[in-house]
Design a protein around this ligand. Structure first.
Ligand SMILES: *C/C=C(C)/C=C/C=C(C)/C=C/C1=C(C)CCCC1(C)C
Length: 256
């Protein structure tokens, strides 16, 4: 564990980011689950799962927030450690559950053939789980070589997922109704950009930063990426589902 302690500014920044993210994930869940009635039967699972992802994340952000709060005393403008360790494992447990679900929600909203859905869902889901499991030993390692080794191993399934999203799902995008192609591409781009952010944040300790600065970059970096990858992409999946339901029922979507 780091000996130096976060500054009052860093403590409050992270505290507020966790609190904000809990609220955003919870609100997105409510919106998505209520919105389920606005999409046709074919897309209900995609929307349900999008809400499940933000629900799981809301729970974990609440726990992460509580863990952060109990790891420090912040009294009279001075931050001191309580001796209770901040639990970083919540994040990885969260990812282990939510990352495969995120890929499945994307596959479901594309509405591929049953066979393609099952095949892509399994392959992407398993690769995602492998990526997270391999990343964890590196995340908690105290030395850079160990972190780099596990990070590199974790990058192998990561590259496979990115390739699958671009080439595999790319072909299916051409088969989507024209009215949603742009939205689907946006969802894929947002997924790609936010997912690409995680390994960059992971590399923060490689930079020559002080312990508390590394902690701040990691906590804030992962939190921003989670907001985009889960709430942002979830809302886009809902928009795609709603638009496709409309196109499939009436032929053309209403003007936005
Ligand atoms: C909601 C959470 C999401 C979408 C998490 C995604 C996480 C990643 C894409 C993590 C990737 C990593 C690597 C590619 C190498 C280093 C270790 C990880 C786990 C940070």
């Amino acid at each position: 564990m780091e000996t130096a302690i976060v500054s009052p500014f860093q403590y409050s920044l992270i505290y507020n980011a966790f609190s904000f993210t809990f609220a955003t994930m919870a609100a997105t869940t409510i919106f998505l689950w209520f919105g389920r009635s606005q999409v046709s039967a074919a897309y209900k699972n995609a929307v349900t799962i999008s809400g499940l992802v933000t629900a799981i994340a809301a729970y974990h952000y609440l726990r992460i927030f509580e863990s952060w709060e109990s790891a420090y005393h912040y009294v009279n403008g001075v931050v001191s450690a309580t001796g209770i360790a901040f639990n970083d494992a919540y994040r990885y447990v969260d990812w282990l559950l939510t990352v495969p679900l995120l890929l499945i929600e994307l596959v479901l909203v594309m509405r591929l053939t049953r066979e393609e859905t099952v095949q892509k869902g399994w392959r992407l889901g398993l690769a995602a789980a492998l990526m997270i499991v391999l990343g964890y030993p590196g995340e908690i390692a105290s030395d850079i070589p160990t972190r780099a080794l596990w990070g590199t191993l974790s990058a192998i399934p990561f590259v496979y997922i990115v390739w699958e999203l671009f080439s595999g799902l790319g072909k299916s995008i051409e088969r989507q109704p024209e009215a949603v192609r742009g939205l689907v591409k946006q969802a894929r781009l947002l997924t790609f950009a936010s997912w690409g952010f995680y390994p960059i944040v992971y590399m923060a300790p490689y930079a020559n930063l002080a312990g508390p600065d590394v902690e701040t970059v990691i906590q804030i970096g992962y939190t921003i990426a989670d907001l985009i990858a889960k709430a942002g992409v979830g809302l886009l999946v809902f928009a795609i589902a709603a638009r496709k339901s409309e196109v499939e029922a009436h032929g053309t979507p209403h003007a936005a």
